[in-house]
Design a protein. Structure first.
Length: 197
């Protein structure tokens, strides 16, 4: 993914690191299982209030609910900077999801990555989402039913042992099967006007 693009939308990754590290974030996690598949998701959300704006240099000062101040520079890729006002609330959400599923059949190991991006339209409130989705298909090279592990070989030749917690899943997997893992991460930034605080 392009590094400069990730630094856009209010320097989204930098903002999330600074604000989420200093704020009392709201953290939610969830794990779901179905035959041949498991998904783990996590979401962290934090807010801060704009306390100073340096429009000429596109810089903001943000105050967390704990009273700490975070300084940040907003890149030119972020639209609608001129709409920001003192007292506006900035909300940053970081979402991760990992789905692992058993795919019957054979085929080469592979890896694909795609960008996830959405910017606010001109005239809308500032905000947007950036992220990525990585899909890895690995070959099952060994099954150890007693230890409840499978060994998979990734597209770069690396071997990884995976613990299978559900014994029923161990009965369906065999050497030569494929395991697909889809990892998604995204950072969303939104700005609420001061009157909505």
């Amino acid at each position: 993914m392009k590094k400069m693009f990730l630094l856009s939308i209010f320097s989204a990754l930098g903002l999330s690191t600074a604000v989420l590290a200093q704020a009392q974030p709201d953290i939610k996690t969830d794990v779901t299982r179905s035959p041949g598949q498991a998904t783990a998701t996590g979401m962290v959300t934090a807010t801060a209030v704009i306390t100073a704006i340096d429009a000429a240099n596109r810089k903001l000062s943000l105050k967390t609910p704990q009273g700490k101040t975070v300084e940040m520079t907003v890149g030119p890729e972020a639209r609608n900077f001129e709409q920001l006002k003192l007292g506006d609330k900035v909300t940053v959400s970081y979402r991760e999801a990992l789905t692992v599923s058993l795919k019957k059949g054979s085929g080469a190991a592979s890896m694909k990555e795609k960008e996830i991006s959405e910017r606010s339209q001109p005239g809308e409130r500032p905000g947007g989402t950036v992220g990525r989705e990585v899909t890895v298909v690995s070959q099952v090279v060994a099954v150890n039913r007693e230890a409840q592990t499978i060994t998979v070989k990734g597209p770069r030749g690396n071997l990884v042992d995976l613990k299978v917690n559900d014994p029923d899943h161990m009965t369906t997997v065999k050497k030569g099967d494929r395991v697909q893992a889809v990892y998604t991460e995204a950072v969303a930034v939104s700005v609420a006007p001061a009157s909505e605080n």
